[in-house]
Unconditional design. Sequence first.
Length: 165
Amino acid sequence: MIVPCGDLNDVKIIADPAGQWAASATAGTKYGKTQYAPAQATGAPNINVQGNSPDAWCPENKNSGTDWLEVTFAKPVHATEVRVRQNDAAGAITKIEAIEPDGTTHVWWEGVDPFLAATVREIVWFAVRVPKTSYLVARVKLTLNLASGPGWKEIDAVQLVAAGG
């Protein structure tokens, strides 16, 4: 299930003790070498203003094709949610997959991102919540439709939420 935008805000997400930030990342492409590299989507959010930032991952193509970002977490956990912080051109995510330590993949969500651009551009969280997994999640793969709308699609951070108890 997609988590409603109204339930997502930086303060609550950053303070969530059940959340862990991506520790490493790879992607289908990247716009630059260090700037815009997949590693820019690791760790806690570090972009304070909506829009283009070399401190986020950005795919090589702007408005055509698809691309993917795969993030790895330091500690595999039984999970209930993944949260993606998009700092520019939100609305391109089309698939979220959870990956076990042995490589087994589970599709958590696939479809058209329901994000509707506001009059004032803003940083946007996209989150998918699932029942507590019976398996450990070590990685998450995001697939993006780069033709979903104009602009460079950028991801600042990805957080995996562990199941309580």
